[in-house]
Design a protein around this ligand. Structure first.
Ligand SMILES: Nc1ncnc2c1ncn2[C@@H]1O[C@H](COP(=O)(O)OP(=O)(O)O)[C@@H](O)[C@H]1O
Ligand SMILES: [Mg+2]
Length: 293
């Protein structure tokens, strides 16, 4: 079946290029929707969206993702990932609450709203511990806090200079991981491929220059990936795990996930597997429409 696929984007990165190439090779029709040039009417879908079977949200900016997904859902156009998934994954507090609720092992985390209570949370964890922005990615603006004086300085900077989101203090235990973490790309909980990201730095994001290598998931990791995906409502997700001994903790689930580093690290054709899944999604959505019609 030939699909009409909408690709919502603001910048075509290598990830989007890989997807576009794969979609076109399979003769799907792609409508590129530049989110910066688009307006979204609350009462009717723009004509440009007519006939779309499915939309893939590849916005870089979280705020755009969060609103645009709501519009596509209002227009009755299937969108991946869903607004629910985006909303949970875009916010580290919601992410942690969802993982905890689903019984997925995740680092101990406390949230506070003032410098004073954040200091209490930090002291309860002891040093080192970790302070993260509630919204953000690529390992940006994260702090490993080694001492009381460092804690005071960081909290004061955030409280004085930070955007309001930085006045929500997300404090986490420091996990003594073995110099690396694990990134799994999964579609509705089904792992496509996984890699380890190794670095001398405690932050091991690929965007921070960590070295990547293919990683074979054991049964426990596969089960955790499924559970973590379900916890946030499923979709095309990047699930981040850290090793603790021979077990794991899941520190976050990402929703507009980059996969170029993974595609380079593994043998699997990542874009092809993603498009297989998209085709299945579009089919399922079409079947659902028939049932309701
Ligand atoms: N609690 C922690 N203890 C030790 N290392 C951590 C902890 N949290 C995050 N890290 C490291 O920092 C990286 C980025 O953290 P993450 O929570 O995934 O934020 P981002 O959304 O910016 O990717 C992780 O991949 C991991 O290497
Ligand atoms: Mg991460």
């Amino acid at each position: 079946m030939t699909l009409q696929v909408g690709l919502l984007y603001s910048r075509i990165r290598k990830d989007e290029k890989l997807l576009l190439t794969e979609l076109r090779e399979r003769d799907h029709e792609v409508t590129k929707i530049d989110v910066r040039k688009q307006t979204f009417d609350i009462s009717a879908a723009p004509a440009a969206f007519d006939g779309l079977d499915i939309v893939v949200d590849r916005c870089l900016a979280t705020s755009r993702s969060l609103y645009a997904t709501q519009f596509f859902e209002a227009y009755g156009i299937p969108v991946v990932n869903s607004h629910e998934t985006a909303a949970i994954c875009a916010d580290k507090v919601q992410n942690s609450l969802a993982l905890e609720k689903a019984g997925v092992p995740t680092p101990a985390t406390k949230v506070a709203f003032t410098k004073e209570t954040a200091m209490d949370a930090i002291e309860e964890f002891g040093y080192p511990c970790v302070l993260k922005p509630v919204v953000g990615s690529w390992g940006r603006l994260m702090a490993k806090i080694d001492s009381e004086s460092a804690a005071e300085a960081i909290l004061e900077h955030k409280a004085t200079l930070g955007h309001y989101e930085h006045k929500v203090f997300y404090v986490q235990e420091f996990v003594e991981k073995p110099g690396r973490d694990i990134r799994v790309l999964a579609t509705d909980g089904e792992p496509i491929a996984a890699m380890v990201r190794s670095s001398d730095h405690w932050i091991t994001n690929a965007a921070k220059g960590a070295e990547t290598d293919v990683f074979d998931l054991d049964d426990e990791a596969v089960a955790l990936v499924r559970k973590a995906s379900d916890a946030v409502g499923g979709g095309l997700l990047g699930i981040d795990l850290m090793e603790i001994g021979d077990s794991y903790t899941v520190h976050e689930v990402n929703h507009t996930v980059e996969f170029k580093a993974l595609d380079d690290a593994v043998e699997t054709d990542v874009a092809a597997t993603v498009v297989d899944w998209l085709e299945g999604k579009a089919d399922a959505a079409a079947d659902e429409l028939e049932v309701t019609a």
